[in-house]
Write a protein that binds this ligand. Sequence first.
Ligand code: NDP
Length: 447
Amino acid sequence: MNVDQTINQYYEQILQRNAGEPEFHQAVAEVLESLKYVLQKDTHYANDGLIERMCEPERQIIFRVPWIDDAGNVQVNRGFRVQFNSVLGPYKGGLRFHPSVNLGIIKFLGFEQIFKNSLTGLPIGGGKGGSDFDPKGKSDREIMRFCQSFMTELHRHIGDKVDVPAGDIGVGGREIGYLFGQYRRMNNRHESGVLTGKGLQWGGSLVRTEATGYGTVYFTQEMMTATDQRLDGARVIVSGSGNVAIYAMEKAQELGATVVAFSDSSGYVFCPDGVDIELLKDVKEKRRERVSTYAKEIDGAKFVEGGNIWEVEADVALPCATQNELDGESAKLLADNGVKFVAEGANMPCTPEAVAVFRKRKVHFAPGKAANAGGVATSALEMQQNASRDSWSFEYTDKRLKGIMRNIFKSCRNTAEEYDVAGDYVTGANIAGFRKVADAMLAQGVI
Ligand code: NDP
């Protein structure tokens, strides 16, 4: 078999069948690139239309979400749920509310989620959803009405054994609360396992809020330890200032690092002496204000409006905001400024050009599907607690999270070594995630 030719044929098909979805093409291209190594050794993975099936969602749901704003006007948004692959367990993946959301973005996220969920070692399939609704500037009541309308359609497609959504950009505890309330009302059942990221009083899990950020830092720590480096004393840049970013900063500082910059879409804050996490939580989580407010309220921090956060000098960079936020030029800046470790807290924040720069400049790089898998892993732990009507302590759940992140790291590292690309965590993650899903799909027949 000519592997390059086979992979190119798969990719051409993807381009033709999914026109106008560049993020989806990008996510598939990265996985296909890694599969070259697999197909050379194990040609049976080219059988039974396996790879074509894996790139085609099992189901894609698109729906109208009408709602009434505070001024009494009717607004119409579009809702999505892409149920990509359920071979390992119920579809699992977050909901994103952001004006940039379209089918291609949800498909890229759902596709990534299949391999990420496989890497966790837990029984969860891959899915993703969301809406082009923009929560920024909306009142609580508007958010509630939107969530209720969104769930009025979504409820018929989900369930604790079917599909279990969670949060993502623009969807946090408040939104999950409104979504859960409407699901409960429409189904007349308190089915805790239908959503994760719930409040602690009604089925939520300790550590779920912190899990993605903490997990990204645990993975970074493993990567550093493997090369005899330490997070303690390191300078860290974290892009974004949402759920993932805040808890990545909190854990990095707890472990002795100094977070020297963070951002939102309006610019970045430079804070060479570190971040006051409690103030940042107050500004972002309670008051829902911008990072510029943080800089105004504390000495020693400067807001750089419209600035590029990747120009800040550091040892470690954790992109935790959004896809394609770190391009080739920014990657060169990071390498020139001495960054030696990059771990993706966000999904696909580094462009292919950036990843190529990291490879060339020997920057250790952890892809999102491995580094940020702690969020979905802890969601699966929330599902376990719901199923057994139990709730675990913070310490125990955090220990489980840490163990899962260590296993994911080992699995990426060992798989990369097995395929003679030691230290290439992208290839290691893609192949390790792929093999489990592929074996299960082959075992379950052509469906
Ligand atoms: P939030 O909505 O809580 O925060 C998103 C943050 O990113 C905000 O600070 C936002 O700023 C910032 N941001 C968005 N776009 C840009 C941009 N173009 N430039 C700079 N900053 C930007 O989302 P999450 O923290 O939940 O998610 C962040 C990323 O992590 C996403 O890629 C998500 O898919 C991924 N992820 C999340 C998980 C979770 O458990 N929540 C799990 C795994 C991955 P602003 O307010 O200005 O828009």
